[in-house]
Design a protein around this ligand. Sequence first.
Ligand code: ATP
Ligand code: MG
Length: 320
Amino acid sequence: MDLPEYALEVSGLVKTYPAGKSTPPKTALKGVDLKIPRGSMFGLLGPNGAGKSTLINILAGLTRKSEGKACIWGRDIDERPRDARAALGVVPQELAADVFFTPKEALEVQAGLYGVPKGERRTLELLEALGLADKANAYVRQLSGGMKRRLMVAKALVHNPPVLILDEPTAGVDVELRRQLWAYVRKLNAEGVTILLTTHYLEEAQELCDTIAIVNRGEVVACEPTGQLLKRLDTRSVVVTPEEPLKAAPELKGFEARLRNGGAFSVTYRTGHSSVEQVLAAVRAAGLHIKDIATEDPDLEDVFMSLTYGDPNAQDPTRD
Ligand SMILES: Nc1ncnc2c1ncn2[C@@H]1O[C@H](COP(=O)(O)OP(=O)(O)OP(=O)(O)O)[C@@H](O)[C@H]1O
Ligand SMILES: [Mg+2]
């Protein structure tokens, strides 16, 4: 069988939610094009209300698109909806708990819905993989929020889909379990599963994803390999710890300093325009004695902020 080049492909995707009684219509996606290569670990990032869940819900068949085209595993969602959905596992952002089931039953029911024959079910393996084996026979309503979230991941995997979409899978999941969850997702990816994830933990996205798209107000504002995205900002910062801890940021000629914890301060400069030398010269010229310095490269958060909130025409992107 020919494998598709792209696990997910959307073009010209538009979604306008109709007006409510007291709310105007809302265009949540304004013609989105995205191609997610087979095998990639792809991060879809953006501020609250950017349109991430809308895009995911359209792929999952939970929301109808207004315009455009979407393919899952090479299968058009309009022309071959069943085949398209069969290739996809989705963990939606909203927690939906099957309160009358145990995790084991919930997975069996889900496998039944997808027509997975009894002999091919992986119920116990999935419970084990997601750290829920000891809760297999507990009522779902007795699980903690993080456990419910992991059960939803297990549910999304019962039919062994080649594409897995995780919408905020780590919201409310504690640090240790988050690590475990990501380790499992990484393992799935290494085995060939294409992953699309959204998260507001940008450090995690930076660490995990090979490619990142940033959406803002229904538009894709960046989509490139993570390393390339990080190089977009030509800024660096020098963190200076002076001999005498400072109580306020010092006045430096040609640079702006910001106070940090413990009486240190940072200076951000543009690499094309200035150098560490010049920053340090300005610090000395201000009469400060340097005890220690460190330099910092911009991280995903800096790039994210400059591409979303940094837009001078944008007011508050979370408001409409
Ligand atoms: N069912 C709906 N009816 C009307 N408007 C909606 C509906 N669902 C979402 N919206 C609006 O569409 C826009 C995009 O919402 P969406 O949930 O896709 O954002 P998101 O990027 O997933 O945000 P978050 O990071 O908060 O999860 C928002 O302005 C939201 O208010
Ligand atoms: Mg969302």
